[in-house]
Design a protein around this ligand. Sequence first.
Ligand code: SDX
Length: 428
Amino acid sequence: MTDKKASLLIEGHDNVDFPIYEGTIGPDVIDVRSLTSKGFFTYDPGFVSTAACESKITYIDGNQGILLHRGYPIDQLASESDYLETCYLLLKGELPNKAQKEEFVETIRYHTMVHDQINNLFKGFRRDAHPMAIMCGVVGALSAFYHDTLDITDERQREISAMRLIAKIPTLAAMSYKYSIGQPFIYPDNELDYSANFLHMMFGTPCEKSNISPVLAKAMDRIFLLHADHEQNASTSTVRLTGSTGANPYACIAAGIAALWGPSHGGANEAVLEMLEEIGDESRIDEFVAKAKDKADPFRLMGFGHRVYKNFDPRAKVMKETADEVLKELGLEDDPLLKIAKRLEQIALEDPYFIEKKLYPNVDFYSGIILKALGIPTSMFTVIFAVGRTVGWISHWNEMISGDYRIGRPRQLYTGAPQRDFVKVEDR
Ligand code: SDX
């Protein structure tokens, strides 16, 4: 709180003063909660100028292209840390010491298996079900298996739910893939670290021992890390709003998965690959850039633009470096889609339309190229995003539930019919 205030002069009304709060870094906020007592609402469709909560987890500066997790820059975490250590940081607020990290990693390792009855849930889906549809259903159903951790007022139960979700989401994700290709589910292997274990469950078979490349496992781990959290994005805000009603954590994460699925959000990585494949050749790039600029054409350059970043998405830079590393490791430096992506980025960044609208590649632009090189099918790309983001969702949920919060209930500008009397059908 500061003693700074904002004054609003509304015609025909007395001045209205609002308190201003300062954050550690970033814009101050104006507390407008008292406005309803003056008979007004604020109006901010899409929440472009609305801070919905206070948080200590992640900070983004869209103009500087800065992303901090509990104060640590994403590029340092991507090069120095790993996904589970970043999970600990997001959940608990500090980097773990050696003993804390070992305990956390072991706890996750020994909770990766799911209840065997959950296997039956998959059998209700058609084999061609989109894996995100399966994930929405199966993650939401977890609350039916864990009655022992549904008291959200109990800190220990909240912690157990968080660990279960982080540990089991990769297992469920791999199961949704295996189900779609008619292969048997592969159990987690406690000899493998988190990301190698995921690749094992995705591509292993009962017929032979998995041989996971450490380079590819590291790339998978970095992809999870780069997707871990991103402040109050659409899916995280969905998790918070769902959690504000007192819903159980599994239902909240299922709501986050559903929100992430949209092509404007987490579904963009799948849409980027489909777009690059549709472009097909560098000679067609100009045609697609023209479509993206044409107001009459709904086509957008997928993987470009961001509500907050009006500079480079710092995750996209790391993702681009990782794409080069992975494709080199796989001998795919000449991958045609990567060449189209790099040329498309170069053309777009030189085009006045994209420069004026500050449209830069976002986290989704290069991730799909890496995932495709890892052998992950396009339909699984958003599932991978959900696996990485689960820790961010549950960290925000826990931050909210462990503090003071109220049920989220926005208002509206009503432009519908004024009150009128009912007319019997014979008189209409
Ligand atoms: C993620 O919020 C997060 O943090 C999300 C995320 C996370 O980690 O959680 O970072 C993950 O969702 C990344 C974004 C992935 N989505 C895409 O790549 C889809 C393509 N991008 C867009 O649809 C769009 O840029 C959004 C949805 C990302 C942002 O939309 P905004 O902030 O509402 O911006 P806008 O739609 O108002 O666009 C502003 C202008 C418009 O033109 P005008 O009406 O001003 O003339 O820019 C244009 C748009 O038409 N524009 C694009 C464009 N994105 C915006 N034009 C062409 N191609 C694009 N990609």
